[in-house]
Design a protein around this ligand. Sequence first.
Ligand code: G3I
Length: 477
Amino acid sequence: MTITRHRHGRRRASAVSAVAVATLAVALAVPAAAAGSTLQAAAAESGRYFGTAIAASRLNDGTYTNIANREFNMITAENEMKMDAMQPNRGQFNWSSGDRIVNWARQNGKQVRGHALAWHSQQPEWMRTMEGPSLRTAMLDHVTQVATYYRGKIHSWDVVNEAFADGNSGGRRDSNLQRTGNDWIEAAFRAARAADPGAKLCYNDYNTDNWSHAKTQGVYNMVKDFKARGVPIDCVGFQAHFNSGNPVPSNYDVTLRNFAALGVDVQITELDIEGSGSSQAQQFQGVVQACLSVARCTGITVWGVRDSDSWRASGTPLLFDGSGNKKAAYTSTLNALNAGGTPVPSTSPTPGPSTSPTPGPSTSPTPTPTTTPPPTGSGTCTATYSEGQKWNDRFNGTVTIRANGNISSWTSTVTVRSPQRIIATWSGSPTWDSSGNVMTMRPSGSGALADGQTVSFGFTVQHGGNWTWPTVACSAS
Ligand code: G3I
């Protein structure tokens, strides 16, 4: 085992590694990125998208489409791709309204979130009256047909929407779909994966923002179980409909981080916050900051363009007023995006027009060794820390593992010092000791490295005023 230690304080220790010097030199040589002047540009600085729900009926409103086109690069159909819209009569699909939105998005270089393949609500009349095995068959057929029709055009699908009960049970919502058997959700995910292997597959729900709520725990346990059993789930959508009775929770970042640690992306999918002025602006800022603190929080979608477009217009919950003017909430959102955050790992899909299906689902951003790894090894490894971006309250770090001789796998420990806390990681599978100060990182996939090969993982440290560099170590097997 080789240990490379670095300490970093106001006065830099003299024995700084070559890697750290090189990293610092690059950081100094590159001028700070210009602040993004639109939501999509500002979000893209950290590798995220910024989206909106679009209603097909408003696509001939010039003010609406101008704002939508300028500010957003991820589009969700507000109603037009739901079950009742897609299959109004059994076996008769109506693609026209969904197509209007998907085509508008793609023609303007935007990506599309599909919403939603299976849901207890907004079912067509013929489905609402069905039960049991025939409903199960009809639901799976719907998932297959719709996901197949849009194959290659969808960034992420809300495969199942709102399947958990409100309140303290933490269990499933009763519905005709739930009564077909508890496995209906995983069956829907498997059908969606088979139909469109390139789309990320999400479970989407509301009131799952507060980590201490039973509903949040219920969804978390389902996702954990799905990951353990290989059910194809890639992401969890947090609708994020907030108002005074359901405010943005102070532990939102904890919720997002804990879900992400299960090995899924997280997305804010339907954000709106009732209110006005600086109070509303602060809450939008809080949501953006929570997302940006989690590497696998890959994007934010607001549920409409102007207040007047909202499903709850009287609560003025969006970023533009009814005349299309930017609100204080717009400015706080833009500023929070421009303040930066934990970058989305570069191996995650990046925003941008997607014209063809990606070859397969990518659920884990683990770098792959460039040469065929040896099956066994007896070498050792070296862990080297290099510092990354720094902000007032946090900094990023990268650990590079280098094989000295062939190795079959590796584990690496990262030790931080109180009150530091590692709040996000990427490109590895972390576990923690009971103190929370020692993270053990293992490769997400194969850890095999040939002599001289390197692989890196990263993390974000909330430093609490202590800028000391973490101690890193590596053990080979
Ligand atoms: O388009 C018809 C119109 O022709 C008719 O005159 C009118 C009469 O009621 O209804 C119009 O359709 C309405 C549709 O919105 C379009 O405005 C439906 O009645 C109405 O039920 C529908 O509401 C949508 C709601 O989902 C249905 O559940 C909202 O627009 C939409 O914003 C909302 O979105 C949901 C997400 O899908 C899931 N998460 C919660 C979110 C907010 O409720």
